[in-house]
Design a binder for this molecule. Structure first.
Ligand code: MIC
Ligand code: SF4
Length: 644
């Protein structure tokens, strides 16, 4: 029997374990990426491991999330990251160089490699045929220390594409919105989506990257495309043809399941507030008035996207009731639209040009007005993420979004009489890597600089013998890491200071949470399905740990968050019978007698609800390594224990 692309890459990187579904495996990592909001923690943790240099062929430290520099904190973080990159051996992508995933795709990603990134949209590089996985900062730090990455072998799903998109009205964004419509935000948990079929060759690398980027919203471990002639074209246009290798599934490769998508049958789609899987055809909401349009993010901000935007804005004016912002995904894309005169059309049309960065996507400015509708080409529209819980964010393609900006209302691209041509991938991109700073050849000459806002990462004590925990909060389904640990311009500058950022845990959904847990000193959180979906931010685990959260009991967990909880010593328990969720109320006490012994012996977890003396069955689904991590009180303790 032949191999899938996923199996081929994993086979080449396997250190221990097997590729059988569900089996634990440890793989080697080729490349690591961090960004500033997760990077300070990752580099502080790498530094504390005591190594002199990063043990990987390539690491890149990007600055793209928090570049407003509203205070010294942000600039201090950047200086720390720049000096740490120079000393420990990473490239430093300066502020202004662009969004990590777009820049990585352009300048570093390579077919057949394993990329680990401390950002959930790392699978963007899957558009290039890389196996790219988003993880917490500590997992990246461990990989940078040469210890590889361990996971349980996911199911591999073939997404068979046929036909071709009705461009320019229908775009790659509509392909991934269609998958979200079918599968929901938890439909990809424990799965890798491998794209195949005759429709693959009709998509460029940047279009593929849009699709794999937003596979994160399915909860997938990653998504990837084969590497073919289109990949070669992209790499050669980036003057990187040497990085190209053909990588395709064997004709008789076996998949765990298959999903069919006929690209020719797709229509423009939109995700309505407040979830990326709340998907409807654009035609269903045509005519609705809108207030704001934001173009950009790591999902839709390439040169080709901006070229089409410029075509739509040429000789047009943004509607008087709409504010339109454009954030080019990278300096390369920005420079190219300037060099080709396209920026002029965008500016003349009335767009407000923002930096090449995440910007409004992570609530760094452009918070919409109360009750406003904002159409964005981004990947997440979680409640309150834009900075205003009273606003609604609609996720759509750049074509749908730009048409809306001009008309002041939603317009179906299929009936808009589009006259622009779909933008082709250029044969030559403009290469100017002057904001990419290579690591210092002589590390001893560099002193890492720490600002006063940079505080050591707290560590937990080893697991207690027995736990008695008040229920501090009970949540519903699909709680996001934005709910647990909000971002935005007020909170993001505190990412290097856990005591300070922990004051904001759950602040968006329950402003009294911090007071309650501080009073109790410790506690447990009860969650519904898919607890912790969304970002890779380990602050959604570290800050609760710092406040005294010892366990989360949920119906199910999102992949990255579960790993982050384990890494910081918090027990991620699930209900044996999900109906038991209804038995627990806020304020009650959960008893976990002999929990240390139970974890050590991997026996069934029996918990008690003190009030009413009820007993419930819980499940702790862990690999051997994860068991050891929890017993030690976190990954960092375990690493330290081994090296001492
Ligand atoms: C996001 O899109 O939510 C972020 C901000 O990029 C996060 C990372 C972070 O919180 O720093 C992610 O996707 O992992
Ligand atoms: Fe940045 Fe938004 Fe992409 Fe996250 S999803 S990396 S915040 S652009």
């Amino acid at each position: 029997m032949g191999f899938t692309v996923v199996q081929k890459i994993l086979k080449g990187h396997l250190r221990t374990g097997s590729l059988e579904k569900g089996a634990p495996l440890l793989i080697s990592v080729d490349q690591a990426l961090t960004q500033d909001a997760t990077g300070t923690a990752a580099y502080l943790q790498f530094e504390a491991m005591g190594l002199e240099r990063i043990q990987l062929p390539l690491a890149v430290s990007y600055i793209d999330h928090n570049i407003l520099q509203t205070s010294f904190m942000n600039a201090d973080d950047h200086r720390f990251l720049q000096t740490a990159a120079a000393k420990y051996g990473a490239y430093f992508s300066s502020p202004g160089n662009g969004i990590c995933h777009q820049v990585h795709l352009e300048r570093f990603a390579a077919p057949g490699t394993v990329l680990l990134g401390s950002d959930s949209h790392t699978p963007t590089a899957g558009g290039m045929g890389a196996l790219a996985i988003g993880v917490g900062g500590l997992d990246v730090a461990t990989a940078m220390a040469g210890q590889g990455f361990d996971l349980a072998m996911p199911e591999v799903v073939l997404v068979r594409l046929t036909g071709k998109l009705n461009r320019p009205a229908v775009t790659a964004m509509d392909v991934i919105l269609e998958l979200l419509r079918r599968l929901s935000v938890k439909g990809g948990v424990g799965k890798i989506f491998e794209y195949g079929g005759g429709g693959v060759k009709t998509l460029s690398v940047t279009e593929r990257a849009t699709i794999t980027n937003m596979g994160a919203e399915l909860g997938a471990t990653t998504s990837l495309f084969p590497s073919d002639e289109n990949t070669r074209h992209f790499l050669s246009a980036q003057k990187r043809e040497k990085d190209w290798a053909r990588l395709e599934a064997d004709p008789d490769a076996a998949y765990d399941s298959v999903i069919e998508i006929d690209l020719s049958g797709l229509v423009p789609l939109v995700a309505l507030p407040h979830s990326p899987d709340n998907v409807k055809p654009v035609s269903a909401i045509a005519g609705e008035a809108i207030d704001q349009v934001c173009l950009g993010s790591c999902t839709n901000s390439s040169f080709q996207v901006l070229r089409e935007v410029a075509g739509l804005l040429s000789k047009k004016t943004v509607h008087k009731n709409v504010s339109l912002t454009v954030s080019p995904g990278s300096k390369q894309a920005f420079e190219m639209i300037s060099a080709e005169g396209l920026l002029g059309d965008i500016v003349a049309g009335g767009a407000r040009i923002l930096e090449s960065a995440c910007g409004p996507c992570i609530g760094m400015g452009q918070t919409p007005a109360t009750g406003a509708k904002s159409v964005r080409t981004f990947n997440r529209n979680f409640h309150g993420r834009c900075g205003n819980p009273e606003a609604g964010v609609y996720l759509a393609s750049h074509i749908t979004a730009t048409l809306a900006a001009v008309a002041g209302r939603i317009v179906d691209p299929l009936t808009a009489g589009l006259t622009i041509k779909a933008a082709k991938e250029p044969d030559q991109f403009l290469i100017n890597d002057n904001l990419l700073i290579a690591p210092q050849a002589d590390p001893a000459s560099v002193t890492v600089q720490y600002g006063p806002n940079i505080k050591p990462i707290p560590v937990k004590e080893p697991l207690e013998e027995t736990l008695e925990l008040p229920v501090i909060l009970k949540t519903g389904d699909n709680i996001t890491t934005d709910d647990i640990m909000p971002a935005g311009s007020k909170v993001l500058p505190l990412r290097s200071n856990i005591p300070a950022i922990s004051e904001y845990v759950f602040s968006g959904i329950d402003p009294q949470f911090v007071n309650r847990i501080k009073k109790a000193g410790r506690g447990v959180i009860i969650g519904g399905e898919n607890y912790g979906q969304g970002s890779s931010r380990e602050h959604a685990a570290i800050a609760p740990m710092f406040l005294g959260v010892k366990a989360v009991i949920a119906k199910s967990f999102a992949r990255i968050h579960k790993k982050n909880l384990i890494n910081f010593g918090i027990l991620p328990l699930t209900f044996k019978n999900s109906g038991d969720y209804d038995l627990i109320e806020e304020g009650q006490t959960i008893l976990l007698p002999d929990i240390k012994k139970t974890v050590r012996e991997k026996s069934a977890v029996k918990a008690g609800i003190k009030e009413g003396a009820k007993e419930i069955g819980l499940v702790l689904d862990l690999s051997d390594k994860e068991t050891a991590i929890l017993l030690a009180g976190g990954l960092f303790n375990l690493i330290k224990k081994k090296s001492s």
